[in-house]
Design a protein around this ligand. Structure first.
Ligand code: ADP
Ligand code: ASP
Ligand code: MG
Length: 417
């Protein structure tokens, strides 16, 4: 007997028919004798709709009320799944974040899970063979008693946190693809599914744009060593024998479990970036502080930074990127600091994309990035900025070339089928 967390994303619970399909997956594991906690997302499109309603009500709204609204999507699916399971003769009940409770920080709309009480769930597994159907994406701030949400894609994080809290043997993430691919399979049909990927690589993939898993879910899995298995909810429940090997999927696990390590394991990309170039800034000490200090004070995260070598020894150009959502604010901050910085003018663009190449093998291989520069130049793709770290490098390019760049790099590193 194992204890499992089964998480189902929005497209897996998109309507009653799919919820029935989910219930059959759950029943299969319950019938096999496993103790099961299910975590559900809102029906696909629902959270977007709720977010849109908040904006329509008032563009600048109280984040605590935003959370009260957007957390409701998961409440609906948890209840519907519990009803469906009961109808199939499976003992089940729904749990909202505040009922368990799942305590979080007070950072409304992007709260962090701080503590989960798993004792009641375990007691009910033992005493009543009861399946727990838990709302993903939400929790509660203890001191204020208010509902919080964990940021978009947060149900992945709920699932991993619950798996850690109830000491589950495995956390299965059921989604609309049958695993983690070398890059987004919707963009590169020749992408390959990976059998296994190391936590660190998945963390980079997720934070650099692969939205198949929320970043924080991987941070948590790494800290608590939760084995996460990404798989498809569209596999027919009846075709799966829970006692045999699992159907295709990707295991996200510790690096030590992976025998064959490629130099490059995946390519991620993000169009959620904006570039700001400050022209003719004085080339003297204190200027970087004058630029990045005010951005930090305004909670704007700066990602890539490139400073040109000054040609005349007097002025230089400085380029950096910020999340597209912060672009207008960032521009504003720089314009307001114009006197303190002393630049000539700004050149900014939201039509940029960041393409990243990820692989633990880069630690011990030189020249991986150099071959990318050559391959992209052969396609006439201009690189605007570069950042590197131990196991990845990222390139900022014109957004129009994103797909071409991803496909070019995907073949370059031998990731095509
Ligand atoms: P869910 O609603 O189940 O949480 P998401 O839409 O959040 O599902 O995540 C699944 C999607 O992630 C896939 O449909 C796919 O387009 C996208 N994706 C991006 N990068 C990858 C990748 N490297 N491997 C698999 N899927 C990816
Ligand atoms: N429903 C939430 C969202 O769409 C959380 C999730 O699906 O993981 O972001
Ligand atoms: Mg998701």
């Amino acid at each position: 007997m194992s204890r499992l967390v089964m998480k189902f994303g929005g497209s897996s619970v998109a309507d009653i028919e799919r919820i029935r399909n989910v219930a059959r997956h759950v029943k299969r594991e319950v019938d096999a004798g496993h103790e099961v906690a299910v975590v559900v997302s809102a029906m696909s499109g629902k959270t977007n709709e709720l977010v849109g309603w908040c904006r329509d009500a008032a563009p600048l709204h109280d984040a605590r009320e935003y959370d009260a609204v957007v957390a409701s999507g998961e409440q609906v699916t948890a209840g519907l799944l519990a009803i469906t399971l009961e109808g199939m003769g499976v003992n089940a009940r729904s749990w909202q974040g505040w009922q368990l409770p799942i305590y979080t920080s007070n950072a409304h709309a992007s709260a962090r899970i701080e503590d989960i009480n798993g004792a009641e769930l375990i007691k009910r597994f033992k005493e009543r063979k009861e399946v727990a159907v838990v709302t993903g994406f939400q929790g509660m701030h203890k001191a204020t008693g208010r509902i919080t949400t964990l940021g978009r894609g947060g149900s992945d994080t709920s699932a991993v946190a619950i798996a850690a809290a109830i000491k589950a043997d495995r956390c299965d993430i059921y989604t609309d693809v049958d695993g983690v691919y070398t890059t987004d399979p919707r963009v590169v049909p020749r992408a390959n599914r990976m059998e296994k990927i190391a936590f660190e690589e998945m963390l980079e993939m997720a934070s650099l744009g692969a939205k198949v898993m929320q970043v924080r879910s991987i941070e948590l899995a790494m800290v608590h060593n939760v084995r996460v298995f990404v798989r498809s909810s569209f596999d027919k429940p009846e075709d799966i024998d829970p006692h045999l090997n699992q159907p295709p999927g990707t295991l996200i696990c510790d690096e030590s479990e992976i025998m064959e390590q490629q130099v490059v394991t995946g390519i991620a990309f993000s169009k959620d970036e904006a570039q700001i170039s400050i022209r003719h800034v004085p080339d003297k000490p204190g200027v970087a502080a004058a630029i990045f200090g005010p951005l930090a004070e305004n909670n704007i995260n700066v990602d890539m930074i490139v400073q040109n070598v000054s040609a005349d020894g007097k002025t230089t150009d400085l380029t950096f990127t910020v999340p597209a959502a912060d672009y207008v604010r960032a521009n504003d901050v720089i314009v307001k600091s114009k006197d303190a910085i002393g630049y000539d003018h700004l050149d900014s663009s939201t039509d940029v994309a960041k393409v990243s190449v990820i692989g633990i093998g880069m630690r011990s291989h030189a020249g991986v990035a150099a071959s990318a520069f050559k391959a992209l130049s052969e396609k006439q793709i201009n690189i605007r900025a570069i950042t590197t770290s131990e196991i990845k490098f990222s390139l900022l390019i014109d957004a129009a070339y994103t797909e071409l760049a991803v496909r070019t790099l995907h073949s370059l590193y031998g990731l095509d089928k």
